[in-house]
Design a protein around this ligand. Structure first.
Ligand SMILES: [Zn+2]
Length: 60
């Protein structure tokens, strides 16, 4: 099935006006002050939240 009418450039572009990407939010790790994503473990020290931190090691 194909659309019955071609959509105008203005209509296409005004729809895509809402599709802009936004920068990822970062917060500083309270333990080691390196930037980390909220709700994720810190890459540097493995801290997640008080009472939970993951082991971060060199190997697998
Ligand atoms: Zn950390």
């Amino acid at each position: 099935m194909l659309p019955t009418q071609k959509e105008s450039r203005a209509r296409t572009r005004s729809r895509r006006a809402h599709h802009a990407k936004t920068a990822a939010h970062y917060m500083d790790c309270p333990k080691c002050n390196s930037p980390k994503l909220p709700h994720a473990a810190c890459d540097n020290c493995g801290y997640v939240r008080p009472g939970l931190s993951l082991k971060v090691g060199k190997g697998k």
